[in-house]
Design a protein around this ligand. Sequence first.
Ligand SMILES: Nc1ncnc2c1ncn2[C@@H]1O[C@H](COP(=O)(O)OP(=O)(O)O)[C@@H](O)[C@H]1O
Ligand SMILES: [Mg+2]
Length: 241
Amino acid sequence: MSAPLLDVQAVDAGYGHVGVLRGVSLQVEKGAIVALVGANGAGKSTLLKTISGVLRPTAGRIVFDGAEISGLAPHRIVDAGLMHVAEGRRLFRSQSVRDNLELGLYGGRLDAAAEARRYEFVYELFPMLRERPDHRAGVLSGGQQQMLAIAQALMREPRLLMLDEPSLGLAPVIVDQVIGAIERLRAEGVTILLVEQMVDRALDIADRAYVFQNGVVIGHGAPADIRGGDLIRRAYLGAAG
Ligand SMILES: Nc1ncnc2c1ncn2[C@@H]1O[C@H](COP(=O)(O)OP(=O)(O)O)[C@@H](O)[C@H]1O
Ligand SMILES: [Mg+2]
């Protein structure tokens, strides 16, 4: 097997003196959708924040495309090609759809043709955005805001896109659209690390999945194997008990 695009090796991380992640190892192969599931508070968002440089690992290392990124500033990690769409769709709410997409280009230096291709790519993926260039982000529906948040990250043409609970708070029909878009992104060659509370939806589209409980990976494998075993039950019972 060739080296994974993202290789998280025995990482510990947390907030100040509060440890959350313990010995987390995880690999994302190029071109795959890898899902990360587990109960609320298991540490999924903490892992994404650690990979994107918002938090620093206190042990272990994170390697992206062969180079260590742990300890780099977040903007350096973005420059390396890793984009994180955080929980809660942090958009510029008073700015237009078009301005939010333009802000997504921030820091990148592109010629006009390359820039036009990026807009075309996100408009193809989310036609709704093309139809509403002047709408303020804050007046869009939750699903539209989620699509805009993903599109904004795609303006940097990431090599790895990390999505934190993209379906949160969305109506089922909108969840279908977001999930469909994630599958189309994989078909376009974008590698995806997907954190998702809707376990079945995540397992439906993932190539592999990791199950988290209390800051630890309790298992990983193909979706069919994870569905067949009792990992999910353990992960969610553990949180309740
Ligand atoms: N900013 C923070 N400061 C201190 N503790 C935090 C902070 N954010 C999350 N935590 C704690 O870290 C643990 C993991 O949280 P999180 O990574 O958000 O879980 P998940 O995304 O799996 O729901 C939880 O116990 C949570 O309370
Ligand atoms: Mg979370």
